[in-house]
Design a protein around this ligand. Structure first.
Ligand code: NDP
Ligand code: BG6
Length: 594
């Protein structure tokens, strides 16, 4: 099978996807014509020849001649960024790190708010480096870490350098690239609720922007209780004067419908909806991104994608470790909020949506919302919760959830849950969508399993035996680890007899593709820089997701439902099997052949 030609960060989502890296003049013009920049800006169609010839850094494509709309209200102005525009005639200049600027163009400043934290170190800086390494970042960019901890630029670089890795297939110049990347990383120490401190950051950002049109991305990698302070200060004191300003917001987006709505309302005091990028990193995972391709570009799948042929769909998430280090956060949320209400539900929506009108962000998100709004809110009788308890294996004692010092004694917070969900629409009526998510289980895995119906009047029933369920086709999309798509089929065992077995038609990514799969954060950061919103959660999607789970969560908490205890490292509570059995389903990940 031939690989379709593509470049690693040349991503054209649709004919009107306005901000994609592209090599064609035609596409550049299209991008300019359909600008995704916040609606307050008027983008002139005048694009310098040099930009068009540049083969595609998107911000440069859209921002060469940007004129702020005339003053509307003080509030609007505030949202648009209060600082005076510094762009205009840009001369050949050097920023303070010594990078020389071209005569025209724009620049992107990425500020990681909460840079001293776990997520920043583990995911955000490594993802930014990977993008730089792959040549996916714009030519002119600067990265700032912002947090309260006192740190020099050099100390930030040392901290960041410890977690950077190179793509496995291109190691030769890794050290050199790391040095170049680190030279573009700076640090500013400040409080999250201080406009003055953000104004100091703004000053530094301007020095690096060197008079170019400044585009600014803020990544809120901080605990949710300080989101609003940080957004307020960044918006009032450090948003871009005449480029775009975008804010990536990490989950959790509230803990129920009310708190989520309050968060959205507060964010919208300072930002337009199209400036808010709510991240669900599962949407950035390669095989989740591939779901639509699989479905909509293969004739053999789409006709089968309904209640007519599908018996049930399973969305499974498991981790083979507990809440180590994050017990304080986790106890306030639990596995249903941490994994099901967002990661698994997002996958479900993508899986079950109708064909969107186009691949444009709004068309896809419209279809996802429709799925969520067609679903029945979860009922307590369709949910099983569990919590891991201590277990000794091979002389090693594995802790119980409540052994974590940051978890209150006697906590009833579920670390495991299984649920049956239903979509009441014509396509999916009566098909159980089963979710299972847990920590401290026997393996680490995320997968989608689609179990098809029995073959009516199967001529080979005699050869199959009594367990017909075992003989139905199953499509498995393994999101991680060891990404793969396989289809379980019945096949004749070679030989003179007529013995059937179940075999896999197997697309194993490591065997098929030599390129390393990018981390989800790379894709999402790149999308945010490009202004591509397809993989980010819109506020109405979020509302719909919370309305499915909020009544259930309230009931679990009010009734103080006791979770079923399961040993650390086991397969989880047996109740999950009874739940599945009620809908005549067997979990696909249990058994010898998986
Ligand atoms: P941390 O707890 O590590 O916090 C990040 C930084 O915020 C800290 O380094 C600290 O910086 C500052 N901070 C922490 N607590 C407070 C506080 N009470 N008041 C003010 N500042 C505080 O968070 P993570 O990096 O783990 O996560 C960041 C965000 O991402 C959170 O919203 C989290 O829910 C989300 N997330 C995290 C994941 C992970 O794997 N870590 C996965 C998915 C989402 P300083 O003291 O220097 O100011
Ligand atoms: C986060 C959850 O969103 O996703 C964590 O808060 C979980 O509890 C993590 O461990 C799993 O992400 P991944 O990409 O490692 O599967």
């Amino acid at each position: 099978m031939a690989t379709l030609p593509s470049s690693h960060c040349c991503r054209i989502y649709s004919s009107s996807s306005s901000l994609s890296y592209s090599s064609s003049l035609h596409r550049s013009l299209q991008r300019v014509a359909v600008s995704p920049s916040p609606k307050r800006f008027v983008v002139s169609a005048k694009v310098s020849q040099s930009v068009l010839q540049q083969n595609g850094v998107s911000m440069q494509d859209v921002a060469p001649a940007v004129k702020p709309v005339e003053n509307e209200t003080a509030f609007k102005k505030l949202k648009d960024g209060l600082l005076s525009a510094t762009a205009g005639s840009v001369e050949e200049s050097k920023d303070s790190s010594g990078f020389s600027f071209e005569e025209t163009g724009s620049t992107v400043s990425i500020t990681v708010v909460g840079a001293s934290g776990d997520l920043a170190k583990k995911k955000i800086f490594p993802a930014l480096f990977a993008l730089y390494y792959e040549g996916c970042l714009p030519k002119h960019f600067t990265i700032f870490g912002y947090a309260r901890s006192k740190m020099t630029d050099a100390e930030l670089r040392t901290m960041v350098s410890k977690t950077l890795t190179c793509r496995i297939d291109q190691r030769e110049n890794c050290g050199e690239k790391m040095d170049q990347f680190l030279e573009r990383c700076f640090y500013h120490s400040g409080q999250y609720d201080s406009q003055d401190h953000f104004a100091q950051l703004d000053k530094k950002l301007k020095e690096h922007e060197g008079g170019r049109i400044p585009n600014r991305l803020f990544y809120l990698s901080i605990p949710p209780n300080i989101f609003i302070d940080a957004v307020r200060c960044a918006s009032l004191s450090a948003s871009s004067g005449n480029g775009w300003t975008r804010v990536i917001v990490e989950k959790p987006f509230g803990r129920d419908s009310e708190s989520s709505a309050a968060l959205t309302k507060a964010l919208k005091q300072y930002l337009e909806e199209d400036q808010i990028f709510r991240i669900d990193h599962y949407l950035g995972k390669e095989l989740v991104e591939n779901l639509s391709v699989l479905r909509f570009s293969n004739l053999i799948f789409e006709p089968l994608w309904s209640r007519q042929y599908i018996r049930n769909v399973q969305l499974i998430f498991s981790e083979d470790f507990g809440t180590e280090g994050r017990g304080g956060y986790f106890d306030n949320y639990g596995i249903i909020r941490d994994i099901m209400q967002n990661h698994l539900l997002q996958i479900l929506a993508l899986f079950a949506m109708e064909t969107p009108v186009s691949l444009d962000a709004e068309d896809i998100r419209n279809e996802k919302v429709k799925v969520l709004r067609s679903m029945r809110p979860l009922q307590l009788e369709n949910v099983v919760t569990g919590q891991y308890k201590s277990h000794v294996r091979g002389g090693v004692t594995y802790p119980a959830y409540t052994d974590d010092k940051t978890v209150p004694k006697g906590s009833l917070t579920p670390t495991f849950a299984a649920a049956a969900l239903f979509i009441d629409n014509a396509r999916w009526d009566g098909v159980p969508f089963l979710m299972k998510a847990g920590k401290a289980l026997h393996n680490k895995r995320a997968e989608i399993r689609v179990q098809f119906r029995h073959v009516p009047g199967n001529l080979y029933n005699r050869n199959i035996g009594t367990d017909l369920d075992r003989a139905t086709n199953e499509l498995v999309i393994r999101v991680q680890p060891d990404e793969a798509i396989f289809l379980k089929i019945n096949n004749k065992v070679p030989g003179l007899g007529m013995r059937l077995d179940r075999s896999n038609l197997n697309l194993h990514y490591a065997a098929r593709y030599s390129t390393e799969i990018p981390d989800a954060y790379e894709r999402l950061l790149l999308d945010a820089i490009e202004g591509e919103r397809r993989l980010f959660i819109r506020s109405d999607e979020l509302d719909a997701a919370w309305s499915l789970f909020t009544p259930l969560l309230k009931e679990i908490e009010e009734k103080k439902i006791i979770p079923e205890y399961y040993p650390y490292g086991s397969r989880g509570p047996v109740g999950a099997h009874y739940l599945a059995a009620r809908y005549k389903v067997r979990w696909g990940d249990v058994g010898v052949e998986q």
